[in-house]
Design a protein around this ligand. Structure first.
Ligand code: SF4
Ligand code: SF4
Length: 489
């Protein structure tokens, strides 16, 4: 692990820390956690259940890193600590087992994940899953609720394309799209939108075969071996795609993990250079579109849009305001200012499954600001955020009270309604009228779906999901087609 952090204890990071805001204790904020991690490093502090719980309760959102004037590398420190203690028997067995189960599940072959989603889809569409989720307590309910709130894309990601062995003319960037994970089972239309938009800018787009899950969830949870194994497979797959300029990722969490993934192989002489090359070529799809410029717009997109800035785009990749900047260029789009747009929504990898109480408080608070903004569409450039926010924006979301866990310090009623000063996002006008989630819930979309609708030529490739999602956004606020399903938030 790293040695003592250069923290000067100024506390500038405390107001931006969502868990400090919700839980209100020093050890649930960045400054306290750094002291715990330093103490674990040099042996002054034992890895007791309480100490590891404070560290587990960190979202890994890295808002503290953005706020820190001393450049404390909080994310790297947290990752190293989690790697050291992820299998420690002091951590609750149930939590370790759930982590293991999910991490093994997301690393299954993409075709198997897509098949699983197809089989599950009738239960989602009929509302049965949402009804079951509502009655299931804790983590099981949270997991089913996420799935129930998501309309799986009926299209998969773009088909694999042949390896590119030589450039056509050397003038157009050649990009390779990452589609190898569970998000392709739920958000395949987002990857198709990315491919169409990049092709529209003049890029040659390939989708390498043999690619797998990027390992972001593994890294986030401290499973270094799992993340390294997946990274090696992806390096091989993308190298086989030939001469490419960029690996393009359409999920903020995946992009941030891959940009830093070379650290996993830095000490391995056989892989270090290949890993460095791979990581340095990674770009978020929005980042690249911002750099290259959008293709010419083909049509207006009438929608009032609130952009949630995913933590792993804003804080981990330091790409600020990308969605607003790109969507603001579209005719018909009205941007609804969102206070604290870069504040974590509570999704955070596996966090919403492992710590549903805190995750739900943050999800409700985020949705409250979105409802206040008057937007009919909310965008997030990360699948986890989309699922978590859709679940909390669901018209029939249950205002269930937290079950009163012993670390919960905020008042249950206030947390459940998202009106407490403690849970109100920083910058939101406390005391302002907040609409309760109603039948007019905003539609959750990846920004690439709106950009694709505006900028891509109509063709047979555009599938039903993006059309339905757009119809949901701009014509009817609560259509059956892509309304977040009722869930148990
Ligand atoms: S990563 Fe996020 S939750 Fe964790 S200490 Fe930093 S601001 Fe708080
Ligand atoms: S802002 Fe940086 S230096 Fe100040 S307390 Fe937080 S981590 Fe330490």
């Amino acid at each position: 692990m790293d040695h003592e952090s250069p923290c000067i204890h100024c506390g500038f990071c405390l107001p931006v820390c969502p868990t400090y805001d919700v839980l209100g204790t020093e050890m649930d904020g960045p400054r306290g956690r750094l002291m715990l991690m330093d103490g674990l490093d040099d042996g002054r502090i034992d890895a007791s259940p309480a100490v590891l719980e404070h560290l587990d309760l960190c979202l890994g959102c890295r808002a503290c890193e953005t706020a820190c004037p001393s450049g404390v590398p909080y994310g790297a420190k947290l990752t190293a600590t989690r790697e050291a203690f992820c299998n420690d028997p002091v951590r609750p067995l149930a939590r370790r087992r759930l982590e293991r189960l999910v991490l093994q599940g997301v690393a299954l072959p993409p075709w198997l994940l897509r098949l699983g989603m197809r089989l599950a889809w009738p239960f989602v569409a009929s509302g049965l899953l949402a009804r079951v989720a509502r009655w299931l307590p804790g983590r099981a309910g949270a997991a089913l609720g996420l799935l129930a709130a998501t309309t799986p894309a009926t299209q998969g990601p773009p088909p694999f394309t042949a390896a590119a062995t030589s450039r056509d003319d050397g003038r157009h960037p050649r990009v390779a799209l990452l589609t190898g994970c569970i998000s392709s089972a739920l958000f395949g239309d987002v990857s198709r939108a990315a491919a169409r938009l990049l092709a529209g800018t003049g890029c040659d787009v390939v989708v390498p075969t043999g690619q797998v899950c990027c390992g972001a969830l593994h890294r986030h949870a401290g499973d270094r071996a799992g993340a390294t194994r997946l990274l090696k497979r992806n390096i091989v797959a993308f190298e086989a795609a030939g001469d490419i300029d960029h690996v393009v990722v359409d999920a903020a969490g995946c992009g941030s993990a891959l940009k830093e993934a070379h650290e996993l192989l830095g000490d391995d002489p056989a892989w270090a250079d290949r890993a460095r090359r791979f990581s340095s070529s990674v770009r978020d799809a929005l980042e690249l579109l911002d750099e290259l410029g959008l293709p010419p717009t083909q049509r207006a997109v009438p929608a009032t849009v609130a952009c949630h800035d995913a933590c792993h785009l804003t804080h981990a990749q330091q790409l600020h305001g990308l969605s607003s900047r790109l969507l603001g260029q579209l005719p018909g789009v009205v941007l609804a200012p969102l206070p604290s747009a870069d504040r974590c929504c509570g999704s955070a990898g596996l966090y919403s499954l492992l710590h549903p109480q805190v995750a739900d408080a943050l999800g409700r608070a985020k949705v409250a600001t979105i409802l206040d903004s008057g937007a009919d569409v909310l965008t997030a450039a990360n699948p986890g955020c989309l699922m978590h926010l859709a679940r909390h924006a669901a018209p029939n979301a249950t205002r269930r009270r937290p079950d009163g866990g012993d670390r919960w310090s905020a008042d249950d009623n206030d947390v459940a309604t998202g009106t407490t000063q403690r849970t109100a996002p920083q910058g939101a006008s406390v005391g302002a009228r907040r609409r309760a989630p109603s039948s007019a819930s905003p539609t959750a979309l990846h920004p690439l779906i709106l950009l694709d609708r505006a900028c891509s030529l109509d063709d047979d490739d555009r599938g039903a999901p993006s059309e339905r999602r757009l119809a949901a956004a701009s014509e009817d606020l609560t259509p059956a087609a892509h309304r977040p399903a009722a869930s148990n938030s």
